[in-house]
Design a binder for this molecule. Structure first.
Ligand code: HEC
Ligand code: HEC
Ligand code: HEC
Ligand code: HEC
Ligand code: HEC
Ligand code: HEC
Ligand code: HEC
Ligand code: HEC
Length: 476
């Protein structure tokens, strides 16, 4: 993975080079004797900043041309201009809009904060990678300035050092989410790591694994699903620097579904139930499909033309919290607790705690004219869950009549009882009836019919088996 910077034939010259660029070569151009950087002020703590501020060429970008090309398109490259244009700029704003100790291993005054030298404006490479003087004067493996992938509310490195506070509480919200949790069992089992650890995901996706914590990871100290797992720090083609699109209706290319799709259909060799089936449920293909159920059952929630951001529309939803008395801004919710209907604390901030459904925010459902009001959405959910509960009640009563041999894990049969159990467990998972009411209802009804026919059973409750939810006609 060395193809992103121009390959070099400059080592003999480097000793002489120091502050002039003698080294960067690509197939066509050889630059010689152009100043790579001016000696940085001593108070800067070896940060180099821009090579040519006018063209947004960072010192690092002279050699790492591919990263330069990506980065200069990002909002990080415009952080200073946007700060000034806001009309509210004060010196207290600057540490998050410039190169300094924020985001990297350096502490104390450095870069912009120490010097107010304009070469340090914007969130450049060194904001994350740390000071580059040693590496640039001697670019070897030993001097590589590696950036942290870890993040946390108390860490003095990483994205969270800037992405925090009442306007940008990304790290505060993320820290409460399940993505911030690393479970020992899943982290030590190689087959779980591609989804349950951040480092495992990057490896599975074929992404770079040269970051500050790589030695710790090699020693078994794994990372949770941090900012840099979902976001490409350098930018890219997707909105908000996401590594993969959120709009894709393909489980293997949608950012969320790449992980949220472990076992959505039965594995006949295993008695295990569904495991993170959310992607395939949303897209209408999850579950055990008894004979007679065919095609694909998708609702509005899983149709990109109606809901372009799919999972993220509901689970990564930004909203502003205002003071109920004055209407003044108090807090920006970023959606990074990843809960579709989060509980709100006394100040109106989303939390991942538990609370009654009446206390949950349904704001994610009301944007873009999706549902008329929070109460309308809340009522729609109650209807879907009540229907699910009745059908699950019928399945449970039927399954209780089925001989236990039908659930044997040692025979090599996958029975109607086992398939029905799978569908019942899927329907019982939080969120699944909301992700796709049509599919979940159809799976439960088909399972009930199959159980009755196969095992000669009669209805155990008086639940209606007439479909209550009809998928849009375009579904099949
Ligand atoms: C003079 C050219 C040059 C400049 C300027 C330069 N680098 Fe490098 N960089 C290299 C070379 C050459 C390597 C590969 C070293 C090796 O593996 O032997 C490298 C490697 C790296 C790596 C590891 C690459 C990988 O594929 O894992 C990182 C990270 C890095 N540089 C960051 C930076 C940052 C940040 C800056 C700016 C402070 C910077 N570089 C400036 C030439 C340069
Ligand atoms: C030195 C402070 C700083 C650090 C460190 C930092 N950021 Fe930022 N980030 C900013 C600022 C400031 C902006 C807004 C720039 C603007 O809009 O003018 C921003 C913008 C962004 C955006 C663009 C949002 C959009 O709407 O497109 C993303 C994504 C982002 N940062 C992710 C990250 C990630 C991931 C990391 C860590 C790998 C990180 N940032 C580290 C300060 C920082
Ligand atoms: C703790 C770090 C931090 C401080 C301090 C900070 N910002 Fe930011 N700022 C950020 C981050 C992170 C973003 C990107 C947020 C996002 O994309 O959602 C940002 C984004 C912005 C943007 C771009 C937002 C947009 O809508 O495009 C403006 C303008 C801005 N900040 C102005 C300010 C002003 C004015 C101050 C001082 C009063 C300030 N910032 C102080 C971290 C900070
Ligand atoms: C917002 C933080 C951030 C910024 C800004 C940033 N990087 Fe990185 N960089 C990282 C992180 C985190 C990694 C490790 C994970 C990854 O590669 O995605 C990394 C990895 C790298 C690597 C390793 C090899 C590779 O292929 O990914 C190189 C080289 C690199 N960065 C160079 C640069 C250069 C040059 C710039 C500026 C043009 C820059 N970075 C800007 C955070 C950042
Ligand atoms: C293809 C990705 C993927 C793989 C591989 C994977 N999981 Fe998961 N797993 C997930 C996702 C996503 C969730 C969260 C969604 C959910 O709970 O339905 C999850 C949830 C879980 C939960 C429930 C978590 C909780 O807090 O209740 C357990 C337990 C679990 N996985 C165990 C494992 C074990 C053990 C392995 C390895 C043998 C494994 N997983 C492999 C994606 C995966
Ligand atoms: C599980 C994946 C995931 C993780 C982990 C994650 N994000 Fe995001 N982030 C997203 C998605 C998806 C969006 C876009 C939401 C949308 O467009 O509706 C987003 C949006 C953003 C934005 C732009 C928000 C805006 O509206 O301006 C910033 C900035 C950002 N994230 C920073 C962070 C930071 C910092 C962290 C770590 C504390 C982080 N993200 C962790 C998925 C993630
Ligand atoms: C790298 C894999 C991965 C990616 C990418 C990912 N997730 Fe997750 N997600 C997980 C795992 C693993 C868990 C369960 C963690 C646990 O409970 O131990 C989880 C948990 C969750 C939960 C909470 C489950 C609970 O029990 O509280 C939600 C909601 C969620 N993810 C939504 C999303 C959304 C939305 C996206 C895309 C923006 C996304 N995830 C991207 C792996 C991933
Ligand atoms: C239409 C809005 C919507 C969409 C789209 C959506 N979800 Fe959900 N999701 C919900 C609701 C509502 C819940 C139920 C939350 C509860 O019961 O607390 C939920 C629950 C979940 C849960 C169980 C943990 C939790 O937070 O309760 C996970 C995991 C999850 N969703 C992941 C995903 C993934 C991954 C996608 C995309 C494949 C997705 N969701 C798409 C609304 C949505």
């Amino acid at each position: 993975m060395r193809n992103q910077f121009t390959r070099v034939a400059f080592l003999p010259l480097l000793v002489l080079a120091l502050s002039s660029l003698s080294g960067c070569v690509d197939e066509k151009v050889v630059y010689r004797d152009r100043a790579l950087f001016e000696q940085p002020p001593s108070a800067a703590q070896s940060f180099l900043g821009y090579s040519d501020q006018g063209s947004k060429l960072v010192v690092c970008g002279n050699c790492h041309v591919e990263k330069q090309a990506m980065w200069e398109q990002t909002k990080h490259a415009n952080a200073w201009a946007d700060l000034q244009a806001s009309g509210h700029a004060t010196s207290s704003c600057e540490p998050c809009h410039t190169v300094n100790a924020n985001g990297n291993w350096v502490t104390g005054d450095a870069g912009w904060v120490a010097t107010q030298d304009t070469r340090y404006q914007d969130v450049q490479c060194e904001a994350c990678h740390g000071p580059g003087l040693d590496h640039v004067t001697n670019p070897t493996v030993e001097t590589e300035p590696l950036a942290p992938l870890s993040v946390g509310v108390d860490l003095t490195t990483g994205c969270g050092e800037c992405h925090q506070g009442t306007h940008n509480p990304f790290v505060e919200e993320w820290s409460q989410s399940a993505h911030a949790v690393l479970s020992d069992h899943m982290a030590t089992n190689a087959s779980c790591q591609p989804c349950h650890t951040g480092d495992g995901a990057l490896t599975a996706w074929g992404e770079n694994d040269n970051y500050l914590e790589k030695a710790d990871v090699a020693n078994g100290d794994h990372l949770p699903i941090t900012c840099g797992v979902c976001h490409d720090p350098h930018g890219g083609p997707n909105a908000h620097q996401l590594r993969y699109p959120i709009s894709s209706a393909n489980v293997d290319s949608n950012l969320c579904m790449k992980c949220h799709q472990r076992r959505s259909v039965p594995d006949p060799t295993s008695s295990r139930g569904p495991h993170s089936p959310q992607g395939p449920t949303l897209l209408g293909t999850a579950g055990w499909w008894p004979p007679g159920l065919t095609g694909k059952l998708v609702g509005t929630h899983g149709t990109p033309s109606a809901n372009p951001e799919l999972c993220a529309r509901c689970h990564v939803s930004r909203f502003e919290v205002t003071d109920p008395a004055t209407g003044d801004f108090t807090f920006q919710a970023t959606g990074h607790v990843f809960s579709a209907i989060p509980c709100l604390d006394a100040d109106g901030k989303p939390t991942t705690g538990d609370c009654d459904v009446s206390q949950r925010s349904f704001q994610a459902c009301t944007g873009s004219g999706c549902h008329g009001s929070e109460d309308v959405a809340r009522a729609a959910m109650a209807t879907v869950l009540a229907r699910r509960d009745l059908l699950v009640g019928e399945i449970d009563a039927l399954l209780a009549q089925v001989p236990s041999t039908e659930f044997s894990t040692t025979d090599d049969r996958y029975t109607v009882a086992e398939g029905s159990q799978f569908n019942r467990d899927l329907a019982a998972m939080d969120g699944e009836p909301i992700h796709n009411p049509f599919l979940v209802e159809a799976l439960l009804i088909a399972s009930i019919d199959a159980l009755k026919t196969t095992y000669h059973l009669t209805a155990q409750t008086n639940v209606s088996l007439k479909p209550m939810f009809k998928a849009p006609a375009s579904s099949n």
